[in-house]
Design a protein around this ligand. Structure first.
Ligand code: IPM
Ligand code: MG
Length: 359
């Protein structure tokens, strides 16, 4: 029997609620498809700060580096909001991305047909559903550029720097072209090349790469226009590639179009097969431990892990099909129960997915 080493980092808030369901689904997938996941849990974020006084303890990093894949829940919460930047839970997340060299963040935004009514967009704009993929650069740009503060009083100045090396743009570009190639072969690169020098390099580099992918149609949009187009004509998009900051913003926007951020998984990948998988949603501390959080984003993240890190394509397809079946059967957690249906809890939703997976 094949065995995989999985690092589970449930984190804060609803992170543990949804990660538990995702792990149970992984186990069920293993039973059906003949593999075992040896799961080791570790701390990240606020819970790590509370116990070990740092958001990404060395032991956690070691376990991750010694695993085939990392499944994360969520980090953060008001309890740690007053801490200085480098000690906040979010710093742990940024560090793990950078330490594991996960430069490519895949954020699919899918509107399942039956959930169209949960989207704030008019159903006419969504046609028979929506399926777009945002490929966000994850270890460069303004998140990691030179930063600092100087001066004092009214003259205090603070700065962060958006900068990209050509090689960083090439490697994220290649991931995006490859992804677009497997989808509808349309790639839209989003930048701010009318203003920013770093965006001009971005655009030039994407155009140069396009020569290697003659089967993919590359287009460009400025980020302000892209934000607008996403809400007025979302179906024009298939694969979007963009910088760390623009991708952060556009992926939240896309998540709302999809109806609930509780539905959206993500994968963070590097040059090898080690990847980190996490729902796009945050820790939502107000509903933590109440058995109401939607576990589907975490479960779909486990699905992405099966596909991208473990090479268990059939199991990945089956997990996605199980989620779609449960939605088709009308089961809803409270965040997606917009059409007057009654809602089920986190555990019951996980259970339904496992049942669908077993049949
Ligand atoms: C995300 C989050 C993170 C980011 C935060 C929590 C650091 O918003 O994954 O989109 O900005 O990357
Ligand atoms: Mg974000």
């Amino acid at each position: 029997m094949k065995r995989y080493r999985i690092a589970a980092l449930p984190g804060d808030g609803i992170g543990p609620d949804v990660t538990r369901e995702a792990l149970l689904v992984l186990e069920a997938a293993g039973e059906r498809f003949g593999f075992r996941c040896d799961v080791r849990e570790a701390l990240i974020g606020g819970c790590a700060i509370d116990i070990l006084r740092e958001p990404l303890p060395g032991g956690t990093l070691e376990i991750c580096l010694d695993s085939d894949a990392v499944l994360m829940g969520a980090v953060g919460g008001p309890k740690w909001d007053a801490l200085p930047g480098a000690q906040r839970p979010e710093a742990g997340l940024l560090r793990i991305r950078s330490e594991l060299k996960l430069f490519a963040n895949l954020r699919p935004a899918i509107v399942f047909g039956p959930l169209r009514s949960a989207s704030p967009l008019k159903e006419a704009l969504l046609g028979d559903g929506l399926d777009l993929l945002i490929v966000r650069e994850l270890t460069g740009g303004i998140y990691f550029g030179p930063r600092g503060r100087g001066g004092d009083g009214d003259e205090t100045i603070a700065y962060d720097t958006e900068q990209y090396k050509k090689s960083e743009i090439v490697r994220i570009g290649r991931v995006a072209f490859e992804a677009a190639r497997k989808r509808s072969k349309r790639l839209c690169s989003v930048d701010k090349a009318n203003v920013l020098e770093s965006s001009r390099l971005w655009r030039e580099t994407m155009n140069a790469l396009a020569g290697d992918y003659p089967d993919v149609a590359l287009s460009h949009l400025y980020v302000d226009n892209a934000a607008m187009q996403l809400v007025c004509a979302p179906r024009q998009f298939d694969t979007i590639v963009t910088s760390n900051l623009f991708g952060d913003i556009l992926s939240d926007e896309a998540s709302q179009i999809a109806g609930s951020i509780g539905m959206l998984p993500s994968a963070s990948l590097g040059a090898g097969t080690l990847g980190l998988y996490e729902p796009v949603h945050g820790a939502a501390p107000d509903i933590a431990g109440k058995d109401v959080a939607n576990p589907l984003a975490a479960i779909l993240s486990a699905g992405m892990m099966l596909r991208h890190s473990l090479g268990e394509t059939e199991a990945a397809d089956a997990v996605e099909a199980a989620v779609a079946a449960v939605i088709d059967d009308g089961f809803r957690t409270i965040d997606i129960a917009k059409d007057g249906r009654s809602a089920i809890g986190t555990r019951a939703m996980g259970q339904r997915v496992r049942e669908a997976l077993a049949t």
